[in-house]
Design a protein around this ligand. Sequence first.
Ligand SMILES: [Zn+2]
Length: 382
Amino acid sequence: MFEKRYLGSRFTASLMLVAAIAITAVSGLSYMKMREPGPDIDRVVPHAGFEHKRLSDWFEGLAGTPADTDIYVQEGAEPGGTVLILGGTHANEPAGVIAAVVMLEQADVKRGRLMIAPYANPMARTHTFPQDAHPQTFSFRTPNGVTRAFRYGARITNPVNEWPNPDIYIHPESGQTMAGIERSNLNRAHPGVADGGATERLAYGFMELIKQEKVDLAIDLHEASPEYPVVDALVAHERAMELAAMVTMELEFEGVPIRLEPSPKNLRGLNHREWGDNADVLAVLLETCNASAGRFRGRTDEALILTGEDKAYEKAAGLGRLYVPWESFDKRFEERVARHVTTVRLLADNLEFVREGKGVTVEGLPAYQELSDLGVGAFLSD
Ligand SMILES: [Zn+2]
């Protein structure tokens, strides 16, 4: 009797072990695939006139490292200023990434220069957060039926590239202390350290680009959880406030209401904060609403990324527990991308008024309603 039970439990244990190894192998391979996703994932088709560069062209210390990233530059016939756009500072904020890609594929620069970094932190694109159950990719269809797929990454650099993080991260410039994980957050690592960690070096590269190219306006595209108070917002460095205020009014006229927020001076390491503090650039950050990153969310799949509809949020909003105007947020993916693209267009359009002779004119960008009606796929190339 005793022996039989003993054999049975040994059999169960062996079965569990085999199952555990199988699950680990399958998920491990799937995880590894995020690092080499193949040529069809994250592919971009830049508009005619864009020149492909790498951030290491401005900071050699990035060459040959996983932190190096693509920069696309287009110069118009007429001289003007320079606008820099970053998508994917946080790789789990997909509308910021795709807005940068849409502009890369549609922008026709007439005056000045446009520089786009669609995947600002490439090391954040190779993993998703453990236990967050995010899908690894999401996709759109072009009018010709071609599928364009993109990775959904994480907020921070992959631990494979930067490990271990300290218990407490001391921001090198200011001495401000943060959670250790923030060392791997590009949006806390600015202005960067030339011989620092991978993320600090990446930040240093962007700072060098901004200084060497004398960038006039730098725009960092983000998304936030719905419960975060700064959603559908334009956060401006104090020197960019005049420009941001003009754009806020124009957005109201175009039926795209936005919150204008002054950037807190004492919150250090953020891209736009340090760009504005360390260079002669007007720096802003844009936020849209991303339910797929929210803490209340239910089922986390591609549909949630693209529709922004979530029963848990609906319920929380209905009970008055969200404390944010959930109903009025732009939730659909195409609305979020449209909001980013429209805000960028108006910022560039108004640059001339705050920096004479430094205007930047970009044609070909879809209007808010057009993008919202036709969807993102209509503005991606085959
Ligand atoms: Zn962000």
